[in-house]
Design a binder for this molecule. Sequence first.
Ligand SMILES: Cc1cc2nc3c(=O)[nH]c(=O)nc-3n(C[C@H](O)[C@H](O)[C@H](O)COP(=O)(O)OP(=O)(O)OC[C@H]3O[C@@H](n4cnc5c(N)ncnc54)[C@H](O)[C@@H]3O)c2cc1C
Length: 387
Amino acid sequence: MRQASVVIVGAGVLGASVAYHLAARGWRDVLMVDRSDGPGRGSTGVATGGFRAQYGTAINVRLSLLAREKFRRFRDEIGVDPGYLPAGYLWLAVTRAELDILRAALEVQHAEGLHEATEVSVEDIGLLSPAVLRDDVVGGTFCPTDGFIAPLQVLNGYLAAALRAGARVEWRTAVTGLIRDEGGSIVAVETSSGHISTEAVVNAAGAWAAELAEQAGVPLPIAPLRRQIAATVPCSLVPPTTPMTIFAGDGFHFRARDGRVLLLWPTPGVSGKPFDISVDREWIDTVTAMAHRRVPILHTVAIDLACCRAGLYEMSPDRHALLGQAPGCDNLFLINGSSGHGVMHAPALGQLLTEIMSDGAASSLEVSALRPSRFAEGRPNQVSGLL
Ligand SMILES: Cc1cc2nc3c(=O)[nH]c(=O)nc-3n(C[C@H](O)[C@H](O)[C@H](O)COP(=O)(O)OP(=O)(O)OC[C@H]3O[C@@H](n4cnc5c(N)ncnc54)[C@H](O)[C@@H]3O)c2cc1C
């Protein structure tokens, strides 16, 4: 039987970040296993690449601030450019109620030291993101240190750094069982290529995390949610330094990336097929119509159907990550449920889980708001709107 001190199931951006941080901390025999045939086949490879610290809860602001510091040092520490581009995130309100939600979030952000996040007027919005029609916009907020990151550069950077530090990765290896002893601890991982005996398992299985936890008999409230992206044909209508521009009410947003404009608008997913990642033609038509109404210059540019894509968010009930020991299984560690923020928070979450696994508690941040037991306790985080 193969052996590892820890098996990390999932070599997406979160699994790779944990592997790097554990190996750099001196853990030996760190093994990542992933059933796909190479990096970026899960959600990480589809992510839009947004980075923001403009959240409505203190813990998410803190995670972003820790991650932002690590992105700024990423090239020195990891040896790869993470693509951090502080082009800003511009939130737009079209009703007073939406503006109130943005203002309440600003108070949280300022209390956490994110003073550069500010309220902006309709005139400011015209200067920051000139392509957007401001007819019905009543105000917004902007943070200039928010912006963009390059998901695959972050993932590949962490993978390479983890391997350099002594970790290993096995692709095309599906985990099919988590075997527990009489005391309840996991002692072995059953995979498509044989058993691996281990002292600990990290669940980094993204949108599939609940299925994996179920193999150990651990219920995990993580559900997949399809997110679709429409892409225009190459054009230079929106400069790449334009902020991510997002409507707080319905979540419609756009950004320029790789010489195209990406259009997003959240919808509920495919009824009865939660893991379906087909792109819905009707959705493309609707989001295109929304874009034409709100960003009129896009009328002149076609959608490139071949470049439209979809992937899965890994939703938790309160849209916050679950980090730490799984309730009822002391050597199963969770880094799940980032709910669409997993790339931007990967540097912070990987470091924090390493502290939990090495020292018994996180020291870089107080992370009790992310304890996995909060749902069973009936004390989830409170979120408002998209923030
Ligand atoms: C359209 C879209 C846009 C997004 N935009 C952003 C954004 O702008 N910013 C941001 O921060 N986040 C964004 N996200 C969210 C982000 O992609 C995720 O939060 C993040 O990638 C999660 O990382 P992960 O490593 O947990 O998951 P993944 O990258 O999905 O990796 C999980 C891995 O687990 C493997 N796996 C699962 N089960 C098993 C098993 N039983 N055995 C072996 N391997 C297994 C899978 O093969 C997969 O490779 C977006 C997501 C989508 C879909």
